[in-house]
Design a binder for this molecule. Structure first.
Ligand SMILES: Cc1ncc(COP(=O)(O)O)c(C=O)c1O
Length: 480
């Protein structure tokens, strides 16, 4: 495939990037000795760099590009809207695109979640949900409720409130003190379940849900406002909920008057084969936060779906939800979201995920024969592959090995081999896959083949015989 970039242009762009651009969550010193990876265009399930080299987008950008790249009809919907009304705020005014989209989302969301509050991002959605929970409880005469429970290693965003909900100590430490009230509970990583429930996933789920109840009682039941949970937890490497987990959590939340917030910034819009992940797992949250896939990245948009009863205090009298952001529900983004949903419907993308998810799992599970692969887990088009030093004992890599394995080798080797995915060690080392919902068996095989060859090479590079961390008590290790 040819490209418009000459060698001189490529060099000039690198120079400007190295001098002026600051990449997110990226160790910038890397680029003292190497070039930034620059992606210039996308087409379907693939993206291309400046030299025209093709990469399978195994992460949908960043869990975003559900419909794939290069959809001109979606781009044109945005352009048309920009020409008609590029911008008007949702502060005191409405515009047709936000109204139509809110109605369309409400029709797809579970149960009573009929009200949409738009944002521009996932962090803002999470931040908004916590703020709404706090103001709602003040409005109904329960002002002592402000704390939020969330799971260890879970990522819920980077703004200070969302960061207080995030369960990754390393990400939070530079910004402490954070807003008070973030409390951790165990996650649902069955591969690292405590011994006493390690052989029974249902019992593990009961234990993990009951830990939420224990935390509510420990913190004081009238101090807890909400529990934030992803349908499948991303960070740590795709932890699906054990059977019955969400039903039990729902009961616990109801028992103590605590709001259940389903953070679906990744899991909504088809990632799990349904519009909302809560639908897949059969629970009705009080709030759903969303972003990413709602526009498939053709424009930025986020928001929260709110249950009717949470709106009640704001529906009468003089109470206003004292919160808003300039670009929330941007007309162009809403128009793009509508066009994105048209593609979902026209091409039955949810049906594609449901029809192919078993094949995706089976293809990835072939990697289980590699000594470095400890666990393959996930749901829908959302999978994590945990890497271990010893399959038998599930011993993981120590920090030094992890650094050499992930940063020193895997990330670059996978990219060079033509696969964009994520090698992450915010929990135990994992590779994550979250491809566009348009993918099928050909792409699954491509992923498996690239992973097989790169992981085989990784195993030869990392000494399987050197001493590593022993398997620690997961419950203790995971909590901040
Ligand atoms: C579950 C979850 N919540 C919130 C966020 C934050 O979203 P954003 O990066 O759009 O602020 C993310 C981002 O990946 C996420 O995965």
């Amino acid at each position: 495939m040819s490209t418009d970039y000459s060698n001189d242009q490529i060099a000039a762009l690198q120079e400007k990037a190295k001098r002026h651009l600051w990449l997110h969550f990226t160790r910038m010193s890397t680029y003292n000795a190497s070039d930034m990876q620059v992606i210039v265009r996308g087409e379907g399930n693939y993206v291309f760099d400046q030299r025209g080299k093709r990469y399978l987008d195994g992460l949908a950008g960043l869990f975003v590009s559900q419909i794939g790249h290069g959809r001109t009809e979606v781009a044109e919907a945005g352009a048309r809207q920009a020409a008609e009304l590029a911008y008007f705020p949702l502060w005191s005014y409405a515009h047709p695109q936000a109204i139509e989209l809110a109605e369309r989302l409400a029709a797809k969301a579970p149960g009573q979640l009929n009200r949409v509050f738009f944002t521009t991002s996932g962090s803002e959605a999470v931040e908004s949900a916590w703020k709404l929970a706090k103001q709602y409880f003040k409005a109904i005469g329960q002002p002592s409720r402000y704390k939020v429970l969330s799971r260890s290693i879970a990522y819920h965003g980077t703004s200070l409130g969302a960061l207080a909900i995030t369960g990754l100590p390393g990400l939070k430490e530079p910004f402490e003190p954070l807003p008070a009230g973030g409390v951790r509970v165990p996650n649902t990583n069955f591969y690292r379940a405590p011994e006493f429930v390690a052989d029974d996933e249902t019992a593990f789920g009961v234990w993990a849900a009951d830990e939420i109840e224990a935390a509510i009682l420990r913190e004081g039941e009238d101090s807890v406002a909400a529990v934030f949970l992803e349908p499948v937890q991303n960070s740590g490497g795709c932890f699906p909920p054990p059977p019955g987990y969400f039903q039990r959590v729902r009961e616990i939340c109801d028992r103590y008057g605590v709001l259940l917030v389903s953070d679906e910034v990744i899991c909504a819009f088809g990632r799990l084969g349904y519009y909302f992940g809560s639908e897949r797992y059969g629970y009705e949250p009080d709030i759903i936060t969303f972003a990413k896939g709602v526009t498939s990245g053709y424009a930025p948009l986020g928001g929260m779906m709110v249950a009717d009863r949470l709106m009640e205090p704001f529906h009468s009298g003089q109470t206003t939800f004292l919160h808003g952001v300039t670009f929330a529900g941007h007309p162009v983004s809403c128009a793009v979201a509508m066009a994105n949903l048209d593609v979902f419907e026209k091409e039955d993308l949810l049906g594609n995920v449901r029809a192919n998810e078993a094949a995706f799992r089976t293809t990835l599970e072939k990697l289980n024969d590699l000594p470095i692969v400890g666990d393959v887990r996930g749901a829908g088009y959302f999978y994590g592959i945990e890497l271990v030093k010893n399959k038998e004992t599930r011993e993981t890599f120590d920090d030094d090995e992890s650094e050499r394995l992930l940063r020193g080798f895997l990330s670059t080797a996978l990219f060079d081999a033509g696969l964009i995915c994520r090698a992450d060690d915010r929990g135990d080392p994992v590779i994550q896959l979250s491809p566009p919902l348009t993918c099928g068996p050909d792409q699954f095989n491509e992923m498996e083949q690239i992973l097989r060859s790169v992981l085989t090479e990784a195993w030869t590079r990392i000494s399987p015989h050197s001493a590593g961390r022993q398997r620690p008590d997961p419950a203790a290790r995971r909590l901040e």
